[in-house]
Design a protein around this ligand. Structure first.
Ligand code: UFG
Length: 324
C-alpha cells in the first residue's frame, strides 16, 4: 500500500512518515515547506507542492497508486489563528475541500485527518471523551471542527472513509534525535521551557495564573509525538478493515499545569527555568485533558512513550542537537 502524507515535513507529519516507513508502508510526502523542513523527510519520496493543487494531486495518485491520504498540512497555531483567522479558514477549510474533491474524483477511499483538542473549547467535564460537546473558542479549533463535519458528510455522500484524530498536546521528538519539533516562530510550551533553561532568554512567560485550576495555570495533556504517529497507523488500518469513519481523542488521560511542567522539566533535566507570570493568552481553554478509552479499545492504541520523563528527555536532546 502507498500513502500520501500532506504536511509530512512538519512536526507530527514527519514522525508519522517515519513510523509508516518503519512499518513497511511506502509513502509520498507532499509539503510546500511553508512551515515544514525538507530535512525532516528522510523516509519515502518527497514532492514539494500545494495540497490544493488538483493537477498535482491527480498526477501523484495516478503515478504512485495512492490508496490513502494522511492529511497534516494545515496552519496550527492557536494565537496566530486569533490574530489572522482568514489564513486558517482558507488553508484549513477551503483548500482541504479542494483536496477532498480531488481524492473522491480520483478513487481514493481512505483519509486520516489531523483534528485537534482545540475543537472542544472550554471543558464541560474532564477528561474529555469523544461525546464531549465541541464548542471551539479560537479560529484554529473552528477550522478543525469544520473539517471533521465535512468528513462526516463525505462519508455519507461519497463513501470516503476517514479517521479524525483530536490531538491533545503533541510533544517530544524522535528517540534518536533525527527529527523533532521546529516551528518558526515557536509558540509551544516545552520548546520554550527548554530554550529559557538553556539560554536564559527569552524568559518563559507563563500565560495566566488565575485560571480555575490547581495552581491557576492552564492544564494540558502532553502526548509523545511517536505515540501519535502509531495511532495514525492503527487508525488507517481500522478504517480500511471496517470501511467506516471514526473520531478519536489522542491524549494520556492525565493533565499537567504549566507550572507543573516547569517543575517537572527542572527535576528531570537538572536545568533551572527562568520564568515570569504574564497575562492570559487569548484563545486558551483552562483545561484540556483527553479520555483515551475509545482509541485504546477500538484501535488497540497504547501509550508507550508519553511519560513526562521520556517526553522531556527526547525534547531536550532534540533542542540541544537539532539539525534544522
Ligand atoms: N504557554 C505558556 N507560555 C508559553 C507557551 C505556552 O504559558 O510561552 C501555555 C499556554 O497558555 C497553554 C500551555 O502552555 O496553557 C500549552 O500551550 P502550547 O502553545 O504549547 O499548546 P496549546 O495547548 O495552545 O496548543 C496545542 C497545539 C494546538 C492544539 C492545542 C489543543 O499547538 O495545535 O494544543 O490541545 F490545538
Amino acid at each position: 500500500m502507498k500513502v500520501l502524507i500532506t504536511g509530512g515535513a512538519g512536526y507530527i507529519g514527519s514522525h508519522c512518515n517515519r513510523y509508516f516507513n518503519e512499518q513497511g508502508i511506502d509513502t509520498v510526502v507532499l509539503d510546500d515547506l511553508s512551515d515544514g523542513h525538507r530535512e525532516a523527510v528522510q523516509w519515502g519520496r518527497f514532492v514539494e507542492g500545494d495540497f490544493a493543487d488538483r493537477e498535482l494531486i491527480k498526477q501523484i495518485i495516478a503515478e504512485e497508486g495512492i490508496e490513502a491520504v494522511v492529511h497534516f498540512a494545515a496552519f496550527a497555531s492557536v494565537p496566530d489563528s486569533v490574530a489572522r483567522p482568514q489564513r486558517y479558514y482558507d488553508n484549513n477549510v477551503t483548500k482541504m475541500l479542494a483536496l477532498l474533491d480531488t481524492l473522491v474524483t480520483n478513487g481514493v477511499k481512505y483519509f486520516v485527518f489531523s483534528s485537534s483538542a482545540a475543537t472542544f473549547g472550554e471543558p464541560r467535564y474532564t477528561p474529555m471523551d469523544e461525546q464531549h460537546p465541541q464548542e471551539p473558542i479560537n479560529p484554529y479549533g473552528m477550522t478543525k471542527l469544520i473539517g471533521e463535519k465535512i468528513l462526516l458528510d463525505y462519508e455519507k455522500a461519497y463513501g470516503l472513509h476517514s479517521c479524525s484524530f483530536r490531538y491533545f498536546n503533541a510533544s517530544g521528538a524522535a528517540n534518536d534525535g533525527k527529527i523533532g519539533e521546529a516551528h518558526n516562530p515557536e509558540c509551544h510550551l516545552l520548546p520554550l521551557i527548554i530554550r529559557a533553561a538553556l539560554h536564559g532568554e527569552p524568559v518563559l512567560q507563563v500565560f495566566g495564573n488565575d485560571y480555575d485550576t490547581r495552581d491557576g495555570s492552564c492544564v494540558r495533556d502532553y502526548v509523545h509525538v511517536n505515540d501519535l504517529a502509531a495511532a495514525h497507523f492503527l487508525g488507517l488500518r481500522y478504517i480500511q478493515e471496517h470501511n467506516v469513519s471514526e473520531q478519536f481523542n489522542l491524549g494520556s488521560n492525565t493533565g499537567f499545569t504549566v507550572l507543573e511542567m516547569i517543575e517537572a522539566f527542572e527535576r528531570i533535566s537538572g536545568h533551572k527555568v527562568p520564568y515570569e507570570i504574564a497575562p492570559r493568552r487569548e484563545g486558551d481553554p483552562a483545561v484540556l485533558v483527553a479520555a483515551n478509552a475509545k482509541a485504546k479499545k477500538l484501535l488497540g492504541w497504547q501509550l508507550t512513550q508519553s511519560s513526562l520523563e521520556n517526553i522531556v528527555k527526547d525534547a531536550l536532546n532534540w533542542e540541544m542537537n537539532k539539525k534544522y
